[in-house]
Design a protein. Structure first.
Lengths: 233, 80
């Protein structure tokens, strides 16, 4: 299991940021998301509850496709709550695809900065667990790292919420940088372990080859014994 | 932005515009409990999405189930 957490402050009030969040996709920094659909939405006791289906195409490399399955469109399910009185927006997204192998659980909470009401704090936590396939730890690191390979171009958006939306986009870019660093450290660890294993395998193989050489030699020696000792056919 | 069903894209875009306006002008200001402005277009959009989910065999009930840690978790291949 891998957990990644981060905190980011947007220089815009909570009302502006929450509106920008609904307009987050399409996002040039995360072109993997190809679709969003509202499957349920209602206001209960003044709180807006929304359930959305998020469609993504990750561009899995062939080795990951072999382990997880073909690189088809993947679906995630997002449940969010917006409370305008308490000024909180919480979002929780989980994967639907590959759910017997991979669990990706992302939680985000947007709330006003207690020290400055013109700013908004985002607290984010992503948990990835991979089970039941080879290289689970490597896969977890790869999945965390894979979202950091998106385009990082910052583009000006022609909308009223241009600045806050851009900030949400560039926050994503910075967060991905942190994930990449952690993933790289994990990959280094894995390389060390792999090298050790290769050394151990080489030793074992060498031993087996030595044993085989001895046995072969013994066999050849017995074959070249005088003809009298050969079995009658 | 696309929809899970290609035939729903136009409905989605109309609904999203309506919702964004309601959210900013009414909901955040505490002026509306329900999104009555967009209810008609939402109903049409919803029905399109549910049809698309069914035709693509996407089951949303699975998301409420815990799979990892239960007997339905993918088992590692047997080493033999």
């Amino acid at each position: 299991m891998k957990i990644w957490t981060s905190e980011h402050i947007f220089s815009h009030p909570w009302e502006t940021v929450t509106q920008a969040v609904w307009r987050k996709y399409p996002n040039p920094h995360n072109p993997a998301v190809v679709g969003t659909d509202v499957v349920e939405r209602q206001v209960v006791n003044g709180v807006l509850h929304t359930h959305r289906l998020i469609s993504s195409r990750w561009g899995l490399p062939s080795w990951a496709q072999t382990i997880l399955g073909a690189d088809r469109v993947c679906y995630g399910y997002e449940h969010s709550e917006v409370n305008p009185e308490e000024k909180t927006m919480t979002m929780r997204t989980r994967n639907l695809t590959f759910s017997s192998t991979v669990s990706m659980d992302e939680r985000m909470v947007y709330s006003p900065d207690p020290t400055d009401c013109e700013k908004t704090i985002l607290r984010q936590e992503t948990i990835i667990t991979v089970k039941g396939v080879p290289l689970t730890s490597y896969m977890e690191d790869y999945l965390l790292n894979s979202i950091s390979t998106n385009s990082f171009k910052v583009e000006e958006l022609m909308s009223t919420y241009k600045r806050s939306t851009t900030e949400i986009f560039s926050h994503t870019k910075r967060s991905f940088g942190e994930i990449t660093e952690s993933a790289l450290r994990s990959v280094d660890d894995i390389s060390l372990v792999a090298m050790k294993s290769v050394d151990e395998i080489s030793d074992a193989a060498k031993k087996s080859i030595d044993d085989l050489s001895c046995a072969a030699k013994k066999g050849i020696d017995s074959f070249t014994q005088p003809a009298g000792s050969m079995p009658r056919i | 932005m696309n929809s899970v069903g290609e035939e729903c894209i136009e409905l989605k875009q109309t609904y999203d515009s309506c919702f964004n306006k309601w959210f900013a002008d009414k909901f955040l200001k505490g002026l509306a409990e329900e999104d009555k402005d967009c209810s008609n277009i939402f109903t049409a959009y919803q029905s399109c999405v549910k049809k698309a989910l069914k035709s693509q065999n996407i089951s949303l009930a699975e998301v409420e189930k815990d799979v990892l840690g239960t007997s339905e978790e993918n088992q590692p291949p047997n080493s033999s």
